[in-house]
Design a protein around this ligand. Structure first.
Ligand SMILES: *Cc1c(COP(=O)(O)O)cnc(C)c1O
Length: 392
């Protein structure tokens, strides 16, 4: 089987050095070597989350990390304000309902970012006996290609006492994040997104305020009980057997991330996303995300009239070995999604965009075909917008 190019928003292409770490022999997960692996991983994740709190490592995918957050922090009957902007935000609300929370939804039309003014207004009205115990936010909504402005949302929450839980699974490490400065309580990410490691680990950062609140929480979680995870983390262990090989891979990936530097990683993701948007613009297509909410890690593209999305994707995969995503749930057939995360070279990206144009043309789409690659090349050379967005 020849290798195909994976441009979906997770799992993502993994560097050979990181993959090679997965082939190491097994070790005792309660021994000294694994202890040092876990401690290194946690230390290197702190600046990525923007926190001085410990970062817990859990076996599981991102959803497991989110369930850990909700089930450990809240009690059945607690009221929470959930602010979904797409499929993954809706999933987080679902998890909260399953754990017996009373969930109010602050609706946002898909394709848009959460409006900080609306969040502020809703929280201002939240007075009296049964105030919200939690606010559930999405950093980067993978289903719509939208990234929220977390600094503005943090300001909107202000000094409302709710614990703030953030799904940062497809955003963290690809753009600046300041958990402590923004006073977020539990922030979750996973290995198979911007950290560019195979799937299998969730990473959860917890504020000291959240630890205090968890002492009172009555949710009956077991496998994903964060208090258990914290107790074992102090010993350099996880409560249950973790995916040791994925931890080896994450250890190597974080060393490489640190060597390259966070700014370079932010710049690369922003630049790739902008190159994709330039390419689709040149062939008359439009992003699904609104102007102020473009995600750096996944670009959602409206499927043009008369074109069948699945047929384009099939051609790309079967004839050219390039894998992109379609839409989820009600966006099925309406959008394509191209991810920028992982070990993707500029040549990979340009090639994939060329293949996208080719497959569209084969399916009968004509406007501007060939112009996308040119526009993307120009963007990768120099982009004032990216320079401004990533200036320190
Ligand atoms: C990928 C992703 C998740 C987690 O999905 P898993 O399949 O459980 O890892 C959660 N939220 C967002 C925004 C994601 O992109």
């Amino acid at each position: 089987m020849s290798k195909s190019l994976l441009l979906i928003p997770g799992p993502v292409p993994v560097a050979d050095t990181v993959l090679a770490a997965m082939a190491r022999p097994m070790i005792d997960h309660r021994g000294p070597v694994f202890k040092s692996v876990l401690e290194r991983i946690s230390a290197r994740l702190k600046p990525i989350f923007g926190t001085s709190s410990d970062v817990l490592i859990l076996g599981g995918s991102g959803t497991g990390g989110l369930e850990a957050a909700v089930s450990s922090l809240f009690s059945p009957g607690d009221r929470v304000l959930s602010c979904p902007i797409g499929v993954f935000g809706a999933r987080l609300a679902d998890i909260a309902r399953r754990w017996g929370l009373e969930v109010e939804i602050l609706e946002t039309p898909w394709g848009e970012a959460l409006d900080p003014a609306r969040l502020a207004a809703r929280l201002r009205e939240d007075t009296g006996e049964r105030r919200f115990k939690g606010v559930l936010l999405t950093h980067n909504e993978t289903s719509t290609g939208v990234q929220n402005r977390m600094d503005e949302l943090a300001t909107a929450i202000g000094d409302h006492p709710a614990s703030v839980v953030v799904d940062a699974v497809s955003g963290l490490a690809a753009s600046p994040f300041a958990m402590d400065a923004w006073r977020f309580d539990v922030v979750v990410t996973a290995s198979q997104k911007a950290l560019a490691v195979p799937p299998g680990l969730a990473m959860v950062a917890v504020s000291s305020r959240a630890w205090e609140r968890m002492e009172q929480a009555k949710g009956p979680s077991y496998y994903f009980d964060l208090r258990k995870a914290r107790d074992f983390a102090t010993l350099g262990q996880t409560p249950w057997t973790p995916p040791v090989s994925v931890a080896f891979a994450l250890d190597v990936a974080l060393a490489e991330y640190e060597a390259i530097g966070a700014e370079a990683a932010w710049r690369r993701h922003a630049q790739y996303a902008e190159a994709i948007r330039a390419a689709i613009g040149a062939i008359g297509l439009t992003p699904f995300s609104h102007e102020r909410g473009h995600s750096p890690t996944v670009v959602a593209i409206r499927v043009p009239e008369g074109i069948e999305a699945a047929a384009v994707q099939r051609r790309m995969r079967e004839e050219y070995g390039v894998v992109i995503s379609g839409g989820q749930k009600e966006l099925k057939g309406k959008i394509f999604r191209i991810g920028t995360m992982g070990a993707v070279s500029p040549a990979d990206l340009i090639g994939a965009l060329g293949v996208f144009e080719l497959a569209l043309a084969q399916e009968g789409y004509r406007p501007g075909i060939g112009g996308g690659v040119t526009a993307a090349l120009q963007t990768l050379q120099y982009s004032p917008a990216v320079a401004a967005a990533t200036a320190a």
